[in-house]
Design a protein around this ligand. Structure first.
Ligand SMILES: *[C@@H]1O[C@H](CO)[C@@H](O)[C@H](O)[C@H]1NC(C)=O
Ligand SMILES: *[C@@H]1O[C@H](CO)[C@@H](O)[C@H](O)[C@H]1NC(C)=O
Ligand SMILES: *[C@@H]1O[C@H](CO)[C@@H](O)[C@H](O)[C@H]1NC(C)=O
Ligand SMILES: *[C@@H]1O[C@H](CO)[C@@H](O)[C@H](O)[C@H]1NC(C)=O
Ligand SMILES: *[C@@H]1O[C@H](CO)[C@@H](O)[C@H](O)[C@H]1NC(C)=O
Ligand SMILES: *[C@@H]1O[C@H](CO)[C@@H](O)[C@H](O)[C@H]1NC(C)=O
Ligand SMILES: *[C@@H]1O[C@H](CO)[C@@H](O)[C@H](O)[C@H]1NC(C)=O
Ligand SMILES: *[C@@H]1O[C@H](CO)[C@@H](O)[C@H](O)[C@H]1NC(C)=O
Ligand SMILES: *[C@@H]1O[C@H](CO)[C@@H](O)[C@H](O)[C@H]1NC(C)=O
Length: 637
């Protein structure tokens, strides 16, 4: 989790089939489904599983901590909710009888444990049962129609989708989205991204301590290794300790990891023969995570969870992006300097909360901060769906590798013995990380971000065992629904300034070209063109639109055919805000080696806002580059 910097200087779009970061307003989606489908889709049988990304817009989560960093904005929420509902509509309208097959395999060289020191604190006999300190399993469910023709697939692999680091300002897919893009391009030949009937989903799992930056961390200022225990550097501290790779920059790293995941999923999909048959079951409960108790003997229960709080090491960040202040991971003692500032600004954590979270030194006692709205959720969703022999466990946060293993075992152990159990991470509501009790003691970033205290995982194990038992014994209807989470309608806020109006250079129009293309390119070249632009935020809900097209002239039909849009990996759209309310947009097209030789043009579509009197008026515009030629890059001798 990172603090997005407000008011980005540039806004870029490469590939907008984002999977919706961490969650949407779950409730808004369910309300929309209720209106359309009555009771068919509801809390129990709909899971919204998100991704951890640095490439998507924020602004859709109601709790105060998240509103401070990203705001709560209709303009962010509506497209997200409408997009999710639309994809459910499309699926619903295409429903037909079919078959499901499952397959699994291991993927190497695509993930690394980013807190090995925490992992090593787990009991040795437990660790000895596993070969690796991350889960390398890829699980694939293949969907076919009754004739055996593939119609889609969903897969799970445990890795953070943060190949794109937090300096990125583009709306884009990360590694998992790129894998989805590649497989869908494969199965829907000639289609633009997101079009065509085949759907390939790549979902989050127990990725809490798993980085895709496989060259690992080192001190970028000295080239030396970071400190193993606290991931900091002798000079420059945490911020200098960064993980990179496998590529030379974040785009190449995204491409390589995404390609690895895609290849493995494709192979597993092609060879999936084990049919999934049986019934579908689902169970859902709301749990007040501040109030989970265990029975210690016949007469007594004790509360094992705490009011939410973040530890000092939360502010240190990780090797996937360090914090800006002088916090380090692994802090089990507070820093009087920061504690003093915190006490003065926000108040002191209560002794009860301090004790409950021990050994976490509390930085933000979010469970005791309720102004203007609660800073963190108390009520969370626990949910499980079984499809024949596959159990999908929907977890409202980012479980570490070992937490996930314990959870899968707990679900199997009790009652669902022969099941393939998979963890669907970041589901329904976001509650940061979930470590094991032993990992928590070390208080690296993940432990400091385990917000309900050291027994958070134990509480979840108990709850999910309950769901598994209810499903196995066919007693789901007896599960108490639990306390409803609040839905706030007042005191929501955001600090992101409005896009006021757009200006253009004198004697020019929006969409005019400021810097033209060259007349001729070869495959492998990058074409760039810059347009007079309006603020992309004026384009509103752009889900079914594009800021960019790359078009080829078809000599036979004498028409222009779109070969790429802004969701294509091959295109980048950089919006640059200049002075005096003027801005421009540069479109880049990386010509792939597979591009046909021919005549091309690049178009840009946008909207500008002007004030007529005091009334804002938004007007669409478009512009086109000159026509240019792409030639094959081989030589005739
Ligand atoms: C990190 O840990 C090392 C010991 O492993 C220690 O020398 C160093 O001071 C620590 N750095 C910080 C910033 O706490
Ligand atoms: C992010 O990636 C870029 C390369 O694409 C690199 O220059 C930059 O240092 C990285 N930043 C962090 C914080 O990892
Ligand atoms: C959760 O439980 C605690 C302790 O019983 C209670 O004080 C709190 O009001 C509950 N939270 C909500 C949102 O109901
Ligand atoms: C149950 O545990 C409580 C708290 O430790 C203790 O006071 C009580 O005597 C125990 N009761 C029984 C029946 O063991
Ligand atoms: C962090 O910086 C503050 C202010 O300079 C200082 O008082 C504090 O001791 C520093 N903390 C650590 C752990 O270095
Ligand atoms: C909290 O604990 C401290 C130190 O143990 C103690 O001095 C203080 O009185 C306690 N505060 C309350 C409100 O009990
Ligand atoms: C705009 O065009 C007019 C007429 O062609 C010309 O006289 C004027 O100098 C131009 N202004 C600028 C800023 O280029
Ligand atoms: C686009 O805008 C940026 C920021 O104002 C400016 O630096 C750049 O020169 C502009 N590009 C062109 C081609 O006008
Ligand atoms: C299309 O026609 C133009 C003009 O006749 C010609 O130069 C070009 O090579 C043709 N392109 C293709 C792909 O056939």
């Amino acid at each position: 989790w990172h603090t997005p910097q407000s008011s980005p200087k540039s806004f870029t779009q490469t590939h907008n089939r984002k999977k919706g970061s961490s969650l949407c307003s779950e409730k808004c989606v369910l309300q929309a489904l209720q209106v359309k489908y009555g009771d068919l889709y509801q809390q129990d049988n709909v899971v919204l599983s998100g991704t951890h990304t640095h490439c998507g817009p924020g602004g859709y989560f109601q709790y105060t901590l998240f509103m401070i960093t990203s705001g709560y904005m209709k303009a962010a929420i509506e497209p997200l909710v409408n997009g999710i509902v639309k994809s459910i509509d499309i699926a619903h309208n295409n429903m037909k009888p079919g078959r499901i097959y499952r397959n699994r395999g291991e993927l190497d060289d695509s993930s690394l444990n980013r807190s090995p020191h925490s992992y090593l604190n787990n009991p040795e006999e437990e660790r000895r049962r596993y070969k690796w300190n991350t889960d390398k399993q890829v699980l694939v469910l293949k969907f076919t129609d009754q004739d055996g023709d593939g119609i889609g697939m969903i897969s799970w692999f445990a890795v953070h989708a943060v190949s794109m680091n937090y300096t990125n300002r583009m709306v884009s897919s990360d590694n998992m989205g790129y894998a989805s893009y590649l497989l869908e391009q494969d199965k829907n030949p000639g289609g633009l991204p997101g079009q065509g009937s085949f759907v390939a989903g790549f979902s989050s799992s127990n990725l809490g301590d798993v980085t895709p930056n496989t060259r690992g961390p080192y001190c970028v200022n000295t080239g030396l290794p970071c400190d193993y225990l606290n991931s900091s550097c002798p000079i420059g501290g945490t911020k200098m300790c960064q993980a990179f790779g496998p590529g030379e920059d974040m785009f190449e790293s995204t491409r390589i990891i995404g390609h690895n995941v895609y290849l493995k999923a494709k192979e597993l999909y092609a060879n999936a023969v084990e049919e999934v048959t049986g019934f579908i079951h689902h169970a859902h409960q709301w749990v007040n995570m501040t109030d989970v108790t265990v029975q210690i003997n016949e007469t007594h229960t004790v509360r094992i969870t705490c009011k939410p709080a973040l530890g000092h090491s939360f502010a240190a960040g990780t090797i996937d992006g360090g914090g800006d202040l002088n916090f380090t991971q692994g802090a089990v003692e507070g820093d009087p300097f920061w504690d003093g500032i915190r006490d003065a600004l926000l108040g002191q954590p209560s002794n009860q909360t301090k004790e409950c979270h021990h050994p976490k030194p509390i930085l933000l006692s979010t469970g005791e901060m309720n102004w203007p709205l609660p800073w963190h959720p108390q009520i969370v969703d626990v949910q499980m769906i079984t499809i024949g022999s596959v159990a999908v466990v929907a977890v409202p946060g980012e479980m570490t590798t070992m937490s996930g293993r314990r959870l899968r075992e707990a679900v199997k152990e009790g009652t669902l013995k022969d099941m393939e159990v998979v963890i669907a991470g970041l589901s329904n509501v976001y509650t940061h990380y979930i470590t094991t009790y032993e990992e928590y003691q070390v208080q690296r970033y993940e432990g400091a971000s385990t917000i309900y205290g050291p027994h958070t995982l134990s509480a979840y194990l108990q709850k999910y065992r309950g769901l598994a038992r209810a499903i196995a014994q066919d007693r789901v209807s007896e599960l108490p629904a639990g306390p409803q989470p609040p839905f706030f309608t007042e005191n929501l806020f955001n600090f992101v300034p409005l896009a006021l109006f757009d200006r253009k250079p004198e004697n020019m129009s929006f969409g005019d070209v400021l810097e033209e293309v060259y007349p001729v390119y070869r495959q492998g070249d990058v074409v760039t063109v810059t347009f007079v632009a309006g603020n992309p935020r004026n384009s509103g809900d752009i889900r079914d639109k594009t800021f960019v097209t790359v078009e080829i002239f078809d000599n036979r039909t004498e028409t222009w055919e779109v070969v790429h849009n802004d969701a294509s990996w091959e295109t980048r759209f950089h919006w640059l805000k200049g002075s005096n309310w003027q801005s421009n947009a540069t479109v880049e097209w990386q010509i792939p080696p597979t591009a046909l030789a021919g005549s091309y043009r690049i178009k840009h579509f946008g909207h500008y806002k002007e004030l007529k009197g005091l009334q804002p008026v938004i007007t669409p515009y478009e512009g086109s580059s000159d026509v240019f030629t792409v030639t094959a890059s081989f030589y005739y001798e």
